[in-house]
Write a protein that binds this ligand. Structure first.
Ligand SMILES: *Cc1c(COP(=O)(O)O)cnc(C)c1O
Length: 360
């Protein structure tokens, strides 16, 4: 048997997640991964690395619990929110038996993690305005152990109606876990569902330091849930998921000062988002700019693939969403610095040779 043939079937057929750093490109304007555009300073305080780190560093857990308005026994810290997604599946889904359910267009890691683990995926496409099709979900729930809802949704940018999430939680009580992915909640903090965990022990909320906290390179995320859920996830997590330097920097990011700095960054991004959206709406090649509660903007653009390539060639890297259901012609643009937003606008303004035939 070849090495390839020795591998599991689901791994052989797997298409890995097209992460920002895997896609390549020689950009100098990186607007494809919803990162914060400038590096924030940090300093390591813990010097010793001879000992294994704490599995769940206490300072990180208590500070995050404070910040999120939950108790420490409702918090799990992991190597990014992406690890949280996988831990939930490993704890709740029997490979080959149970399924997960999600509602495209949405974040790509739910299917990648499920396929890697041999867990099947059910999809219930969203309705107009990318809201949940609750009847469609109800009809597909048999055998589903985990339902993923991303709110605000990546890549569309809007919140999922809280009343619909409440209906979903009623529908799934005693049957399935509902995961609310709140990776972008710092850009619309009032919309968080974290306070609902007390009423719905099957609700799990995902958070991250990768977006508003400007620490995507740190790899640190959080899962919030009832103490029973957290205890189950603790059984399947690696013994030392966070290195000592990661825990050190995460604890600093979650001090009062760190949180205040995060809120200032959010205010800056919201100003830049307004600037970007207003400017996009004036451009002839832009057909629609969708509302956003996040640090990115989805826009429908005439001849979007050609425009994507043209900007790519100029070193401006966006995310092409054309292949996602209901997103034909759509590009996702991360809100960068004011200067980066201007570079996008200038480049879109300067699209030569978009003739009638090419724009069909
Ligand atoms: C960025 C993102 C994540 C992953 O966050 P990490 O903490 O960097 O792993 C999870 N969910 C959504 C919707 C995201 O956009």
């Amino acid at each position: 048997m070849s090495i390839e043939e020795l591998a599991r079937d689901n791994v052989r057929t797997l298409t890995p997640y097209q992460s920002a750093r895997r896609l390549g490109g020689n950009g100098d304007v990186w607007l494809n991964a919803n990162e914060y555009p400038v590096a924030v300073p940090f300093e390591l305080t813990a010097q010793a690395l001879n000992r294994y780190p704490e599995c769940q560093p206490q300072a990180v857990i208590t500070r995050y619990a404070d910040y999120a308005g939950v108790t420490p026994d409702q918090v799990l810290v992991s190597r990014g929110a992406d690890e949280g997604i996988e831990l939930i599946m490993r704890a709740f889904c029997e490979p080959g038996v149970d399924a997960i359910l999600y509602c495209p267009p949405t974040y790509g890691m739910y299917s990648v993690s499920a396929e890697t683990l041999g867990i099947s995926c059910r999809t219930v496409p969203t309705l107009d305005g990318w809201q949940l099709d609750l009847d469609g979900i109800a009809a597909q729930l048999d055998g589903v152990k985990v339902v993923f809802v991303c709110s605000p949704n990546n890549p569309t940018g809007q919140l999922i109606n809280p009343a619909d999430i409440r209906d979903l939680l009623e529908m799934t009580r005693g049957k399935a876990i509902v995961v609310a992915d709140e990776a972008y909640i710092e850009f619309c903090p009032d919309a968080s569902l974290a306070s609902w965990i007390a009423d719905f022990p099957h609700l799990v909320v995902l958070r991250t330091l990768s977006k508003a906290f400007a620490l995507a390179g740190l790899r640190c995320g959080f899962t919030l849930g009832s103490p029973e859920v957290i205890a189950l996830l603790m059984k399947v997590i690696a013994p030392y998921p966070l290195s000592t330097p990661v825990a050190d920097i995460a604890a600093q990011a979650l001090t009062a000062q760190g949180i205040a700095a995060m809120r200032e960054r959010v205010a800056t991004i919201l100003e830049n988002r307004l600037f970007l959206m207003d400017a996009l709406r004036t451009l002839p090649c832009v057909e629609a700019v969708f509302p956003s509660e996040t640090n990115y903007v989805l826009a429908r653009i005439t001849a979007s693939s050609a425009v994507f390539k043209s900007l790519w060639d100029r070193g401006i890297i966006l995310r092409d969403q054309n292949k996602q259901p209901s997103l034909s012609g759509c590009l996702r643009i991360t809100v960068g610095t004011r200067d980066e937003c201007q570079r996008v606008i200038d480049a879109l303004n300067d699209q030569p040779g978009l003739t009638a035939t090419e724009t069909q």
